[in-house]
Design a protein around this ligand. Structure first.
Ligand code: ADP
Ligand code: ZN
Length: 727
């Protein structure tokens, strides 16, 4: 018998070991194994009859770390599939699914499962039971003596067959399984769900009627009550004794959402998985989900790898959001894996958005997803009115045109809150010499340095390089001028224009301290801040009921992006930002400043809405053969010289051409749109096919062969399957 073990290492393979001297090492259990000259914790993913290694080379695992599998067959299948689909080293993929402490070999005992003797058990012991089962007898005696109960590690020391013994004792009611992680939910005041409007009720009914796997695209305009639909579907799952997994873009930004879930389900265990947890908290949350004690699991991208004992429903909120795709290392799409997982679990999945990705829209069009529309705002709210301000005819001062300033004044006077969106941190994106016309640039990136006035420095937003602000142009000693605006400049301008209205800036610079986002969002919700100003942090899913005016300060950012997804992203941002206006009784208004009021995308979006825009964008993608009508894998490389990356990719292309790759097209190699970053030169090579299976077949042979290329070790490179950023 051979154990096939996943070890967290950047190698595209599993490792074979002989089983440890004792214990039943099943798939899903961890083992401690010799690795090179050291030792590692690995995960058994399969048992094989034989190994390709000669038997003399096979080493024996030192020890089994888990008496029972940590991961069940469903999770193992998900991870195996993901490692193959994304062509990523399996050890790193499996590691993604385990909390750090488990990866390090820690037992699951802490705050985990313990067994206690029951009153019946004590009586049985006094009566001399169990008579003919020495292992059971030993276990029951020890439990009788352990007031606090015993965990699996302690039981394993008593008997190698303790799981069977404990099961038998449990069956007779003599011992009881408990959790000792001190999970006490804080008491919260329950809310009463609003009466659903007809569209919501129809959606809830459709979901309830689903049997087994069924993807739904919940397409509802902002504020249409999508979350309310999720809550109903989750309630139904809970009533059936099943868990729900809810994926959200960025949890730090949505404390409101979590609070809403807690109020709705005050008696349900809810775990929230996000990057701010300590390792111990993460392990505890993971165990609660895995053991079925958590009825609801809410988390960001990586929560897709949370084991669930009784899964009943998966929800992906804001499914279009780019954060569901991991952009480094194991480059998976949590949304796509969620659909795969739902199919495997045989449960419904809700993909919700006001601005669905073109991928999901195409899936709905093709009948693969069932579409649930919520065309109207919930309650009494009405969609906002949109006004375009032509910046060619209006002189903007510090980025603010007279019509926008007037609108801000009007809404403030009427007691409304105002939200201004500008996706650019700092004071000004450029420091320009008015004599020689040069801008100050980062020496390590093809990018301009951004002026941060308050911190008194220039910063590169790509490599984080910092420099003092020079007094004169370093090229010609001419005077320097800040050109363009960032949130910091806008903040000063607004403070001068509206000195009597409290102002709050929310961007990465003002929210670095722990808990700062929550504090600022709370001030917004309480109505303390009247003007809020920020980057895309402000656009995601917040329900700000007091906001009546949204100003999009620079609509032209991204209008001419190099990426074929640029217009999709821009449209999503517009609609999402605009959707923050007028979410309750007060009517909302949106002011959009642009130099290109005739741009077809803006026109279509403003006059016809997202859905018409998306239909046009899909037609363009189809004509151009871009996703979702084709499938991509992107090979990126970077090197210390310009040719280093390009040469490696040229070799990768030659290699690709030598493989039988029918139906796969290669584009490139080409330098990245921003070639130099952090002192390294970047380039890319795209493999494209209209047939996903063919592309998969191709990269399944290409990726391992790439490692054998001469430059494979000298250059940094990565393969990104279904990339969302073309660099
Ligand atoms: P979405 O998730 O689509 O943005 P939400 O579910 O957050 O929308 O709903 C927006 C607002 O409308 C919330 O304040 C919510 O409490 C309220 N709401 C949702 N459904 C209803 C309803 N049927 N009746 C009244 N208010 C509702
Ligand atoms: Zn830089």
């Amino acid at each position: 018998m051979i154990l096939r073990v996943a070890i967290d290492a950047p190698l595209l393979q599993l490792f074979d070991y002989l089983p440890p001297a004792s214990g039943d090492a099943r798939p899903g259990c961890r083992v401690r194994v010799p690795f090179g000259r050291g030792q590692r914790v690995g995960l058994v993913v399969a048992i094989a009859a034989e190994s390709t290694l000669p038997s003399g080379k096979l080493r024996r695992a030192f020890a089994l770390l888990d008496a029972a599998p940590l991961l069940d067959a469903e999770m193992l299948a998900l991870l195996e599939w993901a490692a193959g689909y994304y062509q990523h080293p399996p050890g790193e993929v499996y590691a993604t699914a385990l909390p750090v402490l488990l990866r390090a070999g820690r037992t699951t005992d802490a705050g985990a499962l313990i067994w206690r003797i029951t009153t019946d058990g004590r009586e049985a012991l006094l009566a001399g039971e169990p008579r003919r089962a020495p292992a059971q007898r030993r276990v029951l005696e020890s439990l009788g003596a352990a007031a606090a109960g015993l965990g699996s590690a302690a039981l394993a020391r008593l008997s190698a067959t303790w799981p069977a013994a404990v099961r038998a004792l449990e069956g007779r009611g003599w011992v009881r399984r408990e959790r000792e992680d001190g999970w006490v939910s804080e008491p919260v005041a329950a809310d009463r769900p609003p009466a659903l409007n007809p569209a919501q009720a129809a959606a809830v009914q459709d979901i309830a009627a689903a049997r087994g796997f069924q993807p739904f695209l919940v397409q509802g305009i902002t504020g249409s009550g999508k979350t309310e639909v999720y809550l109903h579907a989750i309630a139904a799952a809970l009533a059936a004794g099943r868990q729900s997994l809810v994926l959200v873009p960025e949890i730090g930004l949505t404390p409101q959402l979590v609070a809403r879930f807690r109020r709705r389900f005050p008696d349900t265990g809810i775990v929230v998985l996000h990057s701010g947890l300590t390792d111990t908290e993460r392990l505890t949350a993971w165990l609660r989900a895995r053991d079925g004690r958590a009825g609801i699991v809410i988390g960001t991208r990586s929560a897709i790898f949370t084991p669930l004992q009784q899964a009943g429903l998966i929800v992906v909120d804001e499914e279009h959001d780019g954060s569901f795709k991991q952009q480094e290392g194991f480059r998976y799409s949590a949304r796509d894996l969620a659909v795969w997982r739902a199919r495997q679990l045989g449960v419904p999945i809700l993909l919700g958005s006001a601005t669905p990705s073109l991928e999901s829209l195409a899936n709905a069009e093709a009948g693969r997803y069932r579409r649930l529309r919520l065309p109207e705002r919930a309650g009494s709210a009405k969609p906002p009115a949109v006004q375009l301000v032509d910046l060619r005819r209006q002189i903007a001062t510090d980025g603010l045109s007279p019509p926008l300033v007037a609108a801000i004044g009007r809404h403030l006077d009427a007691g409304g809150q105002v939200l201004l969106y500008l996706n650019r941190r700092g004071f000004a994106p450029t420091l320009l010499c008015t004599d020689c016309g040069k801008c100050l640039e980062c020496t390590r990136c093809d990018a301009r340095l951004v002026l941060h006035l308050r911190e008194r420095r220039l910063t590169c937003h790509h490599c984080d390089a910092m420099r003092p602000i020079p007094d004169h142009c370093p090229h010609c000693q001419g005077p320097l001028y800040p050109v363009g605006q960032g949130t910091e400049r806008l903040e000063s301008a607004l403070a001068a224009l509206f000195p009597n209205h409290p102002l709050l800036r929310i961007d990465r610079d003002t929210t670095r301290a722990r808990g700062e986002i929550e504090r600022r969002l709370a001030a917004v919700a309480a109505g303390e801040a009247r003007i809020l100003l920020g980057t895309q942090m402000l656009t995601k899913g917040h329900d700000f009921p007091l906001v009546t005016l949204v100003g999009i300060v620079d609509a032209d950012q991204g209008l001419f992006g190099a990426d074929f997804r640029a217009s999709e992203r821009l449209a999503q941002t517009f609609v999402q930002v605009a959707g923050r206006a007028g979410r309750s009784e007060r009517a909302g208004e949106v002011v959009l400043q642009t130099l290109f009021p005739d741009h077809p995308l803006l026109r279509l979006l403003v006059s016809e809405g997202y859905e018409r825009f998306a239909a046009a964008a899909l037609a363009e993608r189809r004509a151009a053969g871009w996703p979702p009508y084709s499938h991509l894998a992107l090979l990126r490389a970077d090197a210390t010289t310009r040719n280093g990356a390009l040469d490696f990719l040229a070799a990768a292309r030659t290699l690709a051409e030598s493989l039988e790759s029918m139906g796969v097209r290669l584009l490139g190699p080409a330098p990245a749109p921003m070639e130099k970053r952090g002192g390294r030169y970047r380039a890319q090579l795209v493999a494209e096919s209209s047939d996903r299976a063919r592309l998969q077949q191709f990269i399944g042979r290409w990726r391992p062969a790439l490692e054998q290329l001469a430059g494979a070790r000298r250059n940094r490179w990565s393969l990104d399957v279904d990339p969302v950023e073309l660099y």
